[in-house]
Design a protein around this ligand. Structure first.
Ligand code: ZN
Length: 293
């Protein structure tokens, strides 16, 4: 286990435990989430790295690496994903008119890239899971291992997209610096991450499914993304709500808490979160549109 003593945003070594969350994908373990006393950033600490971290992804429940196995949650996940992909592409098209190269970082099985390609984007992706890369290859997509990311030329990318990926990446600051170096001036960095200040996060507390310890190493709020944008040479241009995520995450959280499906309770929590977060941009998950200065 890796103990990250200093806050990756402000470097303070003062922190306190703010959540103690169970691992729900396999044999029960608990992981602490700490909050920086200085800037308020949350991270899972201590957390596994390398092969230890990889082992937590090998659970059968890790749905984004495979293409279907049935069940209510799986059905909701897929329905949400296909509807969400269309709105993600629309957002990308609005954010970036230069279509030189789109890079989806953490591309899963490539569903988003496939649709971007259909809409005329020159595109490629990085994905650590070999199984996911193999699945994507069958669809004719160019997916590579993140270990080869340095091969991309500087100033060559119009847009990077990270759909629920940044919270998984161990080298947070190095990766953001990498994006800045590879993007063209004015290039877009589009990041979707869970929002621990949402009403559903506060309701489910330690059992909020989007804590997803220890797979999620970082837990973001709006101020954190703003701080990271400032640190790495980006402006934060836009924040968008992801209304479907509130329902999906609430379904998972109910299942975490009660060990069974409680769709009506989940729907109610999802709805409350969306009503509360609509205007203030504070739903369960948020999309951040950053621009290289
Ligand atoms: Zn801090």
């Amino acid at each position: 286990m890796f103990d990250l003593k200093n806050c990756p945003i402000c470097d303070s070594d003062q922190k306190h435990e703010v959540r103690k969350a169970p691992y729900y994908r396999g044999e029960r373990e608990h992981f602490s989430i700490v909050e920086c006393d200085n800037c308020g950033f949350w991270w899972t600490n201590p957390s596994p790295r390398g092969e230890d971290l990889a082992a937590y992804y090998e659970s059968d429940d890790y749905v984004s690496h495979t293409d279907g196995k049935g069940g209510l949650l799986d059905f909701v996940y897929r329905t949400v994903r296909s509807r969400a992909i269309k709105s993600k592409i629309a957002l990308l098209n609005r954010a970036q008119s230069n279509r030189k190269l789109l890079v989806d970082y953490g591309a899963g099985t490539g569903a988003f890239l496939a649709e971007a390609k259909n809409q005329g984007w020159q595109s490629m992706g990085f994905e650590p899971s070999e199984v996911a890369r193999r699945n994507a290859k069958k669809k004719g997509l160019d997916l590579r291992s993140p270990e080869s990311r340095e091969e991309l030329e500087e100033n060559s990318v119009s847009a990077f997209t990270l759909w629920h990926v940044l919270e998984h990446i161990p080298d947070l600051n190095e990766t953001l610096a990498y994006f800045n170096g590879r993007l063209i001036k004015g290039g877009s960095l589009i990041i979707a991450v869970p929002n621990h200040e949402s009403a559903d996060a506060e309701h489910y507390r330690n059992h909020w499914a989007a804590l997803d310890v220890p797979l999620h190493l970082w837990h973001f709020a709006k101020k954190d993304v703003q701080a990271l944008a400032d640190m790495h040479g980006f402006s934060l241009d836009q924040i968008e709500n992801m209304p479907f995520d509130s329902f999906y995450v609430s379904l998972l959280s109910e299942k975490n808490l009660w060990a069974k499906q409680r769709p009506l309770h989940a729907f109610w929590q999802g709805l409350k979160s969306n009503l509360k977060g609509a205007k203030s941009k504070n739903m369960s998950s948020l999309i951040y549109v950053l621009r290289k200065k």
